[in-house]
Write a protein that binds this ligand. Structure first.
Ligand code: NAD
Length: 437
């Protein structure tokens, strides 16, 4: 199949490279000329484990090319995926669909024979109808069908997720889209991945319903962690105790500083807005959003409390900035609100992140960057683990204690057993569990 990916970001680039690896001919398009120039020169603009090898292999095999010129590639394509960003619209929190509609207009003018146009971006219910209308308006004689195929990959494990998904969801209104979509995903059906065909609006909603459910599950265990702290219970044991029930499941029950990232915050907000617009408010999701928003800054206050108010002019070491490990993505990372709360109280922040410091420098102000975790904690009055990178999982705790001006370790990911930290002479504060065992 000849496939075009419009948008070569986290989703477009990974999906494009994986489709090429399945043997399809893929052209990845992006408006960002620097990004394309970097890709053409053999570079990878984002950090995603394994992506450099996958891209290099498929470029060498002649299956994967990059361009800023959409029209030639679209003219020859069987299937065109729209994988552009759908951030929150400034002001009201609805999904900003201007990139999707912009791409639809450009595609319309370039269509050759019958083409399936697929929204892979996360888009609100009804967006496929509008994409279809725009293309028809711009090019009344075009032969095309518009499908929905939301993406469920996770940054940091994106290639594995794409190649071995729990399911593929495809929403169609026009039967002519079915066979091309089956061919695009045939290698996955051979892998026994369930392919769920449904109507387009249902498919669009499945993506939001999934993300909102996961955001709610995280928020549920986070609130349970707060209760554990008050009553002297251990949230990790509560999570294990409930997660062994198959109806609940053990995943997404790690209490932490609140969800962030490029998807959950904006998708929960967009779903809430859609539901309100349709007079079917989703109160559980509204509560999830409010609880999570407050939680991130509350984590900053948790650090301040651990420092017994001795904060102004002191250095706090922040270990981990990205919203989760194995990505350089800083979008809506909890570290942003936590650092702001620390700075508002007069603390100096010194941070270290294995991959995210370049992206962090674009969103954080007045942060000093260190070259390692140990360099970050030198002379600090508190250290905070915000992201559970592997590099922070086996720190030499006695060395940390010796290097700090006050031995306070706030572990927002519950990486360390409290007893081990206390043994090293650290004052340890975790999430939702007794400080001492
Ligand atoms: P991204 O910002 O990394 O990439 C989007 C790219 O699209 C950018 O490089 C931008 O320059 C390009 N672009 C915008 N308009 C264009 C146009 N008209 N022509 C060509 N290129 C254009 O975004 P992302 O993280 O890859 O997310 C894309 C979509 O996928 C979003 O809707 C997101 O919600 C969804 N999604 C993301 C993830 C994730 O983990 N990042 C997972 C599942 C779904």
């Amino acid at each position: 199949m000849r496939i075009v990916m419009i948008g070569s970001g986290y989703v477009g680039l990974v999906s494009g490279a994986c489709f090429a690896d399945f043997g399809h001919h893929v052209t990845c398009v992006d408006k960002d000329a620097d990004k394309i120039a970097r890709l053409q020169a053999g570079g990878i603009p984002i950090y995603e484990p394994g992506l450099d090898d996958l891209v290099a292999r498929n470029v060498a095999a002649g299956n994967l090319t990059f361009t800023t010129e959409l029209s030639e590639a679209v003219g020859a394509a069987d299937v065109v995926f729209i994988a552009v960003g759908t951030p929150s619209r400034r002001g009201d929190g609805h999904a900003d669909l201007s990139y999707v509609y912009g791409a639809a207009r450009e595609i319309a003018g370039a269509l050759g024979g019958f083409t399936v146009i697929v929204t892979k971006s996360t888009v609100p219910v009804g967006t496929g109808d509008e994409v279809e209308r725009i293309i028809r308006e711009c090019n009344p004689v075009a032969e095309f069908a518009v499908a929905s195929n939301p993406e469920f990959l996770r940054e940091g494990a994106a290639i594995e997720d794409f190649k071995r998904p729990d399911r593929v969801v495809i929403g169609i209104e026009d039967e002519r889209a079915r066979a091309p979509m089956e061919r695009v995903y045939r290698p996955l059906s051979l892998n026994k991945a369930p392919i769920v065909f449904t109507r387009r609006r249902t498919s669009e909603l499945i993506k939001y319903a999934a993300n909102a459910f996961l955001a709610m599950k995280i928020t549920y265990i986070n609130e349970m962690a707060d209760l554990c702290e008050q009553v002297g219970a251990d949230v990790q044991e509560v999570a294990r105790g409930i997660g062994l029930d198959n109806r609940i499941g053990a995943k997404f029950l790690n209490a932490g500083p609140g969800y962030g990232g490029s998807c959950f915050p904006k998708d929960t907000l967009a779903l809430m807005k859609t539901a309100q617009d349709h007079d079917a408010p989703l109160r559980l999701i509204e509560a999830t959003i409010a609880v999570n928003d407050q939680r991130k800054r509350a984590m900053g206050r948790k650090v301040l409390a651990a420092m017994d108010g001795n904060v102004r002019g002191q250095t706090v070491a922040v270990l981990g900035l990205t919203f989760k490990p194995n990505t350089d993505d800083m979008r809506d990372a909890p570290s942003i609100a936590i650092i702001q709360a620390l700075q508002d109280a007069g603390a100096k922040v010194r941070a270290y992140d294995p991959e995210g410091m370049e992206a962090a420098a674009a969103v954080l102000k007045d942060v000093e960057y260190a070259t390692s975790a140990y360099a970050a904690i030198e002379g600090a009055a508190a250290a905070v683990i915000v992201t559970e990178w592997d590099a922070f999982r086996a720190l030499d705790l006695p060395r940390i204690k010796a290097a700090m001006s006050a031995p306070v370790l706030v572990d927002l990911r519950n990486i360390y057993p409290p007893a081990q930290a206390e043994e090293a002479g650290l004052r340890y504060v975790g999430i939702g569990r007794p400080d001492k065992e």
